[in-house]
Ligand binder design. Structure first.
Ligand code: NAP
Ligand code: GDD
Length: 345
């Protein structure tokens, strides 16, 4: 059998790391695009290459941007991938209120640009497309819980409205042109690879750094919001499963359990033997003009049709993130200590 080729946008992000790892384990060649920035943003992929040296030659990166339609068409027509995973996005909900037009360009137009390229390639050879849709599209109104594929959308940020449009483009290209195009409606998923300005990682880094004396406190916004948090490594498996299924369909991936930000804080700080209340301040800067109060998903369809299930519990997730960040904090501490003048005895 010939080696499968996958094209991944957003390869430098959290999910890009875990999905690429999974695809390499399954024998794929993986091509990713990376944005040109003034300093390199390939930290996670470089780490992956170190962790899987025997597979490093099956990852190729090239410059590209999902807002550049012509560039995408050129790359995709040259590469002729079997599967395309569109993970690229301006993925921060709070930031989307400050950058609404850019968020729409990356999150909606980026998806549409890819779908056009997929449509072209599909005339030459079959190709399967995954769109990273999100539970944010539901808006988290308490009367809709638990949210499933049948729950109506009520987007409450420029991020979510842009993702709703991309969801519909993906569905429309499937229906209009017969493309194998799926939406994965993923609830929050976290890991040690999570960006530092999402709430879980902000908390686990703070707990670890406070424990090591590197930080004095943590400022947060709404700690009563509830999220359905799973582990990113489990969720990328669901993405891949959607593209192996016989029919292109949309699926929710979730754990079915909701926890408040406060509970996450409590669990993370107690892992390092601290009481979060001694270190927490509330800062209005972190509140959003419209909040998504409660996300809790119903992933029955993914379980029954794909056989997908989350494997990592809330407590296990918090623990693995805190333990990872404690190791980072110890290294940071050791680095600082090296630079200190020796104490006079
Ligand atoms: P992330 O860590 O923020 O990664 C986003 C990726 O998109 C990065 O590689 C980023 O590149 C890239 N990107 C941003 N704008 C781009 C552009 N214009 N052209 C090309 N690449 C661009 O996000 P994530 O957590 O891995 O999430 C992956 C996808 O799933 C996103 O679409 C997100 O909206 C969606 N999603 C995430 C979750 C979750 O809980 N994590 C849940 C539901 C849906 P740089 O490295 O250069 O910034
Ligand atoms: N980021 C952040 N920073 N969030 C905070 C803070 C803070 O200091 N304080 C409280 N929060 C609250 C937010 O108001 C929100 O209710 C909750 O913590 C989670 O915020 P994030 O971690 O930023 O994630 P999100 O739920 O807004 O969005 C993530 O999940 C979506 C799926 O539901 C992102 O990964 C999105 O890209 C993804 O689509």
């Amino acid at each position: 059998m010939t080696q499968k080729r996958a094209f991944v946008t957003g390869i430098t992000g959290q999910d890009g790391y875990y999905l690429t790892r999974l695809l390499l384990e399954k024998g794929y060649d993986v091509r990713g695009i990376v944005r040109r920035t003034s300093s390199m943003s390939r930290r996670r992929i470089d780490q992956l290459k170190d962790e899987m040296p025997d597979c490093a030659d099956r990852i190729t990166m090239q410059y590209g941007d999902v807002t550049d339609a012509a560039g995408l068409i050129r790359i995709i027509m040259e590469l002729e991938p079997d599967e395309i995973y569109n993970l690229a996005a301006q993925s921060h909900v709070r930031v989307s209120f400050d950058k609404p037009a850019y968020t729409q360009a990356a999150n909606t137009d980026g998806c549409l640009n890819l779908l056009e390229a997929v449509r072209l390639l599909n005339q030459r050879k079959p190709v399967r497309f995954y769109q990273a849709s999100t539970s944010e599209m539901f808006g988290g109104l308490p009367e809709t819980v638990p949210q499933s594929e049948k729950t109506p959308f009520h987007p409450r940020s420029p991020y979510a409205t842009a993702k709703v449009a991309a969801f519909h483009h993906t569905m429309n290209y499937r229906e209009a042109y017969g493309l194998f195009a799926c939406n994965g409606i993923l609830f929050n998923h976290e890991s040690p690879m999570r960006g530092e300005n999402f709430v879980t990682r902000k908390i686990t880094l703070a707990a670890a750094r406070i424990k090591e004396g590197l930080q004095s406190g943590i400022a947060l916004g709404n700690i009563d919001a509830q999220r359905d948090w799973g582990y990113a490594a489990d969720y990328v498996e669901g993405m891949w499963m959607m593209l192996q299924h016989d029919e292109p369909e949309d699926f929710v991936l979730a754990t079915g359990e909701a926890h408040t930000v406060r509970e996450f804080l409590q669990e993370a700080f107690s892992r390092v033997g601290l009481d979060y209340q001694d270190y927490l301040s509330i800062d209005s800067h972190y509140f959003r003009p419209t909040e998504v109060e409660l996300l809790c998903g119903d992933a029955r369809k993914a379980r029954e049709v794909l056989g997908w299930e989350p494997k990592t519990s809330f407590s296990e997730l918090v623990q693995l993130m805190v333990d990872h960040d404690c190791e980072l904090a110890r290294q940071e501490r050791a680095f600082h200590d090296l630079g200190r003048p020796a104490q006079a005895t």
